[in-house]
Design a protein around this ligand. Structure first.
Ligand SMILES: [Zn+2]
Length: 270
């Protein structure tokens, strides 16, 4: 990851950030600008200087903003635990050039490696009343490493994990979580072990790297909403009511073809 270092003069001393739970993506809302321009704009607002930690130019260069371990000024209410990235351009009107998308993907991937505890990559508009980063911003591509598919459901490890950071080094672990393709080889995600005695609950979350070849989606999860019926759910997933009832009896003993409860998380067999 090549980061272009820039010398900034901060008007107020920066403060170290004690937590890092997310990355927030922004656009500059300006067709053409530099990291230095943003530094000047933010100084003019009475801030310490550029509020973002990184600036990605249309040519795909990545510039340093605030030092990565300091509190930024980019997302009201979330500066204390997020890293802010700004992309040159106004993606309310324009489309992002491929080189800039690729640099965004690379930067986000690098940050996820640097901070494995990051659970959320979000758009500024998810936190504050703003259209930032614009309706044309290629959020899914940058968030998911360009080629990923998010999988939500029960994943079964059917080969040895390539690496898993804490527990569950067992083939039979049933894990739930959100995964995306990190590369063609590796799936990355945060998983929760649901079937290893001794690890249920207490082992909880593990973060790790698992070979993509070692996981398969065995079933999906449907959170029951008020008003759902099993008939409709079965139809939606192309399965039958009795298959769903059978798959969930152990977890919800009082489930019947006519009885489900909002808030249950049903396993939908494939
Ligand atoms: Zn923003």
């Amino acid at each position: 990851m090549t980061i272009i270092e820039t010398e900034y003069k901060w008007s107020i001393p920066l403060v170290k950030r004690s937590k890092t739970n997310g990355v927030v993506l922004h656009h500059a809302a300006a067709e053409s600008c530099t990291a230095e321009d943003i530094h000047e704009w933010h100084l003019a607002k009475g801030w310490a200087g550029i509020g973002y930690h990184f600036f990605v130019s249309k040519e795909g260069s990545v510039y340093r903003g605030r030092p990565i371990d300091t509190v930024g000024a980019h997302t009201n209410g979330r500066n204390y635990d997020t890293i802010g990235i700004c992309f040159e351009g106004n993606f309310e009107d324009e489309e992002m050039p491929e080189t800039q998308v690729n640099s965004g993907v690379e930067l986000v991937s690098w940050l996820l490696e640097l901070y494995p505890q990051i659970t959320k990559i979000t758009k500024h508009m998810e936190h504050n009343a703003t259209s930032c980063p614009g309706k044309n911003f290629p959020f899914d591509r940058i968030k998911n490493n360009g080629k990923s598919k998010e999988i939500k459901g029960v994943l079964e490890l059917f080969a040895e994990p390539l690496y898993i950071s804490s527990t569950a080094e067992k083939k039979s672990a049933v894990i739930t979580g959100t995964y995306y393709l990190w590369s063609d080889e590796v799936v990355r995600g945060r998983v929760k072990i649901t079937n290893l005695p001794g690890n249920i609950g207490k082992a909880g979350q593990v973060t790790g790297w698992i070979s993509a070849a070692a996981v398969k989606l065995s079933s999906t999860i449907h959170p029951v909403l008020w008003g759902d019926t099993l008939g409709e759910i079965a139809k939606r997933y192309g399965t039958t009511v009795s298959k769903i009832v059978d798959a969930n009896k152990a977890k919800y003993p009082n489930i019947t073809a006519d009885y489900i409860v909002a808030g249950w998380t049903l396993v939908i067999p494939q």
